[in-house]
Design a protein around this ligand. Structure first.
Ligand SMILES: NC(=O)c1ccc[n+]([C@@H]2O[C@H](COP(=O)([O-])OP(=O)(O)OC[C@H]3O[C@@H](n4cnc5c(N)ncnc54)[C@H](O)[C@@H]3O)[C@@H](O)[C@H]2O)c1
Length: 410
């Protein structure tokens, strides 16, 4: 079988895609790049039999002979690298998030359109067993018309904050606004329905002591109330509430499908509850089913309920020309992210609903081509916005020193 030659940039989260590329029938890992001294080399050493090249500089890495690049670098820096990769003739798999500004969103779309390279957004949660089964039930008409859905991604990262931010004041995780990391909760609802989000109202929870002691500068969690193009509503919540939860529910005109709550201890996103009538209005046919969709067993050993396997599987199959390959392309990626970006604009405007731009429309792009609004000082220019709506908190240096020392084991 022909194998796609893959290079991975970012060798922390990237280890999952390296594992896929090293083990899968349809892929081969040929290069790893990470600017942190020894990180890429350390992983190459683990796969001694694979002859993988290691790099610390992206400019050297991109010259390597390979078909595709996986971007698992900083969450706010994917778009510029994705554009460089596609312009250098490489297909791209981008980790979350796709862009940090509207300017980048326009440039990313245009790079995909102009180069014809494959761009796949790595929103792995879409491929988790329960939401992927919801997609099947929605797309084959079983659920009826979409009316309402909820997505939750609650991950209290405090216990691992040192390992994922290294005590860096400007690490993207310390510098992201409450609505930024939104695609694990929104993405599956978009991939299930295929409907475009048109309007959003954002909520930001207060900045509290738990955030201060980690060095993160935003509200604790964000909420997006999103109107889809058919009038259906999605509620998305994500952030660092104390107890974790990954959960999805979809209400259609014939019933409901939802995943198990974590506290039910019934397989959470690997289990689906389906409560659907044969026809809308046939209230006498109610039957509740609870099962584990088949996909679980095919991806054993891969993280996030096996979804880490499927996101890479579909990307590599797409490159190989498999018509069944189900990737998340650039427009859909932005349908998953723009609700979070514009939810924060809603928060900054006092909580009013705001329209979500449709960048499929070339004329609409012109309004946004120079919009660098974001919380990243190196990109925003005079469009810098605060990380917390009431003003970016000033966190003392000692906090970062403490987190860094914990990471270094001091
Ligand atoms: N989909 C998921 O389930 C999931 C889970 C965890 C992380 N992520 C995503 O993975 C990405 C990476 O997150 P992480 O947890 O590994 O932490 P991280 O963002 O701190 O790590 C990024 C890695 O990329 C390297 N890097 C950054 N810029 C580089 C450059 N210019 N050249 C070379 N190397 C560079 C860093 O040294 C680091 O090792 C983020 O986008 C994050 O959102 C996704």
């Amino acid at each position: 079988m022909k194998k796609v030659r893959i290079g991975v940039m970012g060798a922390f989260r990237g280890e999952s895609m390296i594992k896929y590329s090293a083990e899968a029938d349809n892929a081969e890992i040929v290069a790893i790049c990470d600017k942190m001294e020894g990180r890429a080399k350390g992983i190459c050493d683990k796969y001694k039999d694979k002859n993988i090249a290691s790099y610390e500089s992206f400019d050297e890495f991109i010259k390597h002979d390979m078909d595709a690049v996986v971007l698992a670098n900083y969450a706010n820096e994917h778009a510029p690298f994705a554009i460089k990769c596609m312009r250098a003739g490489k297909h791209v798999f981008s980790e979350v998030l796709p862009v940090q500004t509207m300017k980048e969103a326009v440039e990313l779309i245009e790079a995909v359109e102009e180069t014809g390279m494959i761009y796949a957004y790595g929103e792995n949660y879409c491929y988790m067993p329960a939401p992927y089964e919801m997609r099947r039930l929605y797309r084959n008409g079983t659920l009826g018309e979409f009316e309402y859905g909820e997505g939750e991604y609650i991950h209290n990262c405090e216990p691992i904050w040192d390992k994922i931010t290294y005590g860096e004041r400007d690490h993207w995780r310390n510098n992201m606004y409450a609505n930024f990391y939104c695609t694990h909760s929104i993405g599956p609802l978009i991939h299930i329905t295929g409907l475009r989000p048109v309007k959003v109202t954002g909520y930001e929870s207060p900045f509290i002591e738990r955030k201060v002691r980690n060095g993160a500068k935003s509200g604790l969690f964000g909420i997006e109330m999103i109107e889809l193009e058919n009038g259906g509503i999605v509620k998305s919540i994500h952030g660092d509430l104390y107890k974790d939860s990954i959960w999805y529910t979809v209400y259609g005109s014939k019933g409901r499908a939802e995943s198990a709550r974590e506290d039910a201890e019934n397989g959470d996103i690997s289990t689906i509850y389906v409560n659907i009538d044969e026809e809308s209005g046939a209230y006498d046919t109610k039957k509740l089913e609870c099962y584990k969709p088949e996909t679980v067993s095919r991806a054993g050993g891969y993280g996030h309920g096996g979804s880490d396997f499927y996101s890479m599987y579909h990307f590599t199959e797409k490159i190989l020309g498999n018509p069944e390959a189900d990737i998340i392309g650039v427009y859909e990626a932005l349908d998953m992210f723009l609700p979070g970006m514009f939810a924060y604009r809603s928060v900054l405007k006092g909580g009013i609903p705001v329209e979500i731009p449709n960048l499929r429309d070339k004329a609409e792009r012109e309004k946004w081509r120079n919009d660098t609004t974001c919380t990243d000082k190196s990109v925003a220019g005079d469009m810098l916005i605060p990380v917390y709506s009431k003003g970016t908190p000033d966190i003392p240096d000692e906090v970062y020193e403490k987190v860094r020392n914990k990471w270094l084991g001091k």
